[in-house]
Ligand binder design. Structure first.
Ligand SMILES: [Zn+2]
Length: 487
């Protein structure tokens, strides 16, 4: 009956309109978050969690989850086929819609129609950060409007940062991948978390160094002020709020772990896992933190270019490369496939400024065993060895030594609050130590001897005790300040 159809039409119109209103209301609330008083956060929290995920996070969230889950346990052949489709689409889109690639591939004599899958990837030339610095304006796809892209810069600790463009949906897509990876150890959207990251505390925290936000279920503790007095409070609020996960920077988590160990504190609360983000996780630090908190440290490999993401597996300690996010190659200095070498990445999520065969500067190693008992046919990375500017030192012979190899968390470091390594000259390294009161001169001598023996005498360490090691404005802390151009 016509009226019936009218009614349905009107209803769906109203529902759509209602969805729009709801979305804009949620966005308004998010933007005004820091202005809300505490009572309103408490009141809002119970209503907020009644809103279905689709509206709380939007359709990019639900669509991406569906896409990942639909393919997660597909056969090896199906996964490879999907990778090929994504890869060919990305390359052709770049050639036909991005002036830079059109010119580059013509100059290299690439027959674009002969690219049928990743088996043809070796026909394509490499790009790197310098390419982006020089050509960024020609690397944007035609028809892109300002409103649909975001500007991102890489966070290299030395060298010039490079800036590039990404679709504004990519932040949410990446968040979904992250949440799905964490899901392997029991993370469901909106768990309660102890947050040890560099974000500012809500103004309602007043003069306290922590804040519990019922809306986000986050117990945030100030990582810029981690003293014994403040950490005693952090431990008591952990017992009070019982957050399921620790989410934060490894450097801050270690400081808390050391405080707990030093004071023989036994936390009654048991965390489900520790989600380490943003900083590269060093093996020994990971083992130490797992021992103190009796929970697994779970991390993933990713970068601000958002080309490859690889999260740890629940069945082993390797990282699985997410096949629908981007394609990962590990190549040696000659650009040939290798077991260990540089990560060269092709992203599938960015059609605004596609990056194809982008040399990341990160060094990683494939696992010898590519099968996994978890049932996913995702390639396995055994180890992300380091990043040129963040984790590598250069010895007297000019060889690279990764921070992991120095086993920096040994007993000698127990009385060290924080350390920083600075290198200007190959074979010579300054190690700055911020220490606690019980640190003695013999500790300094032991640390020097220990590190020099770990480096086979090929690096001379100059130990300096300093009052304070500054952390970056965003709360992150980079262990190595490398001034040698290592690439
Ligand atoms: Zn697995």
């Amino acid at each position: 009956m016509p009226q019936y159809y009218y009614l349905v039409g009107d209803l769906s119109y109203l529902i759509n309109k209602g969805e729009e209103l709801l979305m804009s209301l949620i966005n308004k609330v998010k933007n005004q978050y820091y202005r809300f008083p505490n009572w309103l956060l408490n009141l809002g929290a119970s209503a907020y969690y009644k809103i279905p995920e689709k509206y709380r996070y939007g359709s990019v969230f639900t669509d991406t989850i569906e896409y990942i889950r639909k393919n997660e346990y597909s056969s090896k052949e199906e996964i490879e086929k999907l990778i090929d489709i994504n890869f060919v689409n990305t390359v052709k889109h770049a050639y036909y819609h991005v002036p830079f690639y059109n010119k580059l591939y013509d100059e290299h004599g690439v027959d674009i129609e002969s690219i049928n899958g990743v088996k043809d990837i070796c026909k394509l030339p490499f790009i790197d950060k310098d390419t982006i610095r020089e050509h960024s304006s020609e690397m944007i796809a035609d028809g892109t409007s300002q409103g649909e892209m975001i500007y991102v810069t890489t966070s290299g600790s030395s060298g010039n940062p490079a800036g590039f463009y990404q679709p504004d949906s990519i932040t949410m897509e990446e968040w979904v991948y992250t949440v799905e990876i964490w899901g392997r150890i029991g993370y469901k959207p909106d768990p309660s978390r102890l947050v040890l990251r560099g974000k500012k505390l809500h103004p309602a925290s007043g003069d306290k160094n922590f804040f519990y936000d019922p809306l986000r279920k986050e117990l945030s503790c100030n990582i810029f002020d981690m003293r014994d007095e403040t950490m005693a409070v952090y431990c008591s609020v952990i017992e009070q709020y019982k957050p399921e996960f620790i989410h934060g920077y490894m450097s801050a988590i270690i400081i808390l772990a050391k405080y707990i160990e030093r004071n023989n504190i036994v936390l009654k609360h048991q965390f489900k896992a520790i989600l380490a983000t943003s900083e590269n996780v060093v093996e020994d630090q990971k083992n130490y933190v797992e021992k103190i908190f009796r929970a697994r440290v779970f991390s993933f490999y990713g970068h601000s270019e958002r080309l490859v993401i690889a999260g740890e597996c629940e069945k082993c300690s390797d990282y699985h490369v997410e096949p629908l996010y981007g394609y990962c190659e590990i190549l040696d200095k000659n650009g040939d496939e290798a077991n260990e070498g540089e990560v060269v990445a092709t992203g599938f999520l960015n059609n605004i400024m596609p990056l194809i065969r982008y040399k990341t500067g990160d060094i990683a190693r494939w696992s010898a065993d590519q099968n996994c008992s978890c049932g996913r046919f995702y390639r396995r990375i055994e180890k992300v060895i380091g990043r040129w500017h963040q984790d590598m030192l250069v010895n007297l012979n000019g060889a690279y030594v990764s921070l992991t190899a120095l086993n920096i968390h040994s007993d000698e470091f127990d009385r060290v609050v924080r350390y920083k390594i600075v290198q200007y000259e190959k074979g010579y390294v300054d190690i700055l130590l911020q220490v606690d009161k019980s640190f003695s001169n013999s500790d300094a001598t032991n640390i020097k001897e220990l590190l020099e023996s770990k480096a086979n005498g090929k690096i001379i360490f100059n130990v300096q005790i300093v009052e304070q090691i500054a952390i970056l404005k965003n709360g992150k802390y980079s262990i190595i300040e490398q001034h040698i151009e290592t690439k």
